[in-house]
Design a protein around this ligand. Structure first.
Ligand SMILES: C[C@H](O)[C@H](O)[C@H]1CNC2=NC(N)=NC(=O)C2=N1
Length: 91
């Protein structure tokens, strides 16, 4: 099972726009158009499905909040850090 990262490791390795929130990392992406946010979610979901590692996603009218954690490990792992970077590349 993947190792849980320490707060310092998360801070050092998470992409710049991501914040730690307890045992998750979170980023809010802003969009001018609601449907652009929905299209972003579709691309994120395809990556998540491909990697079998699923974020929690909240879609609002002008932003999308994405939360990552490794449920089985019980915290943030390297996989969450890697997924965060891949989601940023979609943006
Ligand atoms: C049974 C378990 O849900 C699966 O092995 C996968 C599915 N997607 C997952 N997604 C996330 N974020 N963490 C997991 O531990 C995880 N596990």
């Amino acid at each position: 099972m993947a190792e849980i990262l320490s707060d310092d490791e998360i801070s050092e390795n998470a992409p710049a726009e991501w914040q730690q929130d307890g045992d998750e990392i979170v980023r809010v992406y802003e969009f001018e158009e609601y449907l652009d946010g929905v299209a972003f979610v579709t691309e994120v979901a395809e990556i998540a499905d491909e990697e079998f590692h699923h974020p929690e996603i909240q879609v609002r009218f002008d932003e999308v909040e994405v939360r990552l954690t490794s449920h089985e490990a019980g915290g943030v792992t390297d996989q969450d850090i890697e997924m965060a970077g891949r989601f940023d590349d979609v943006r």
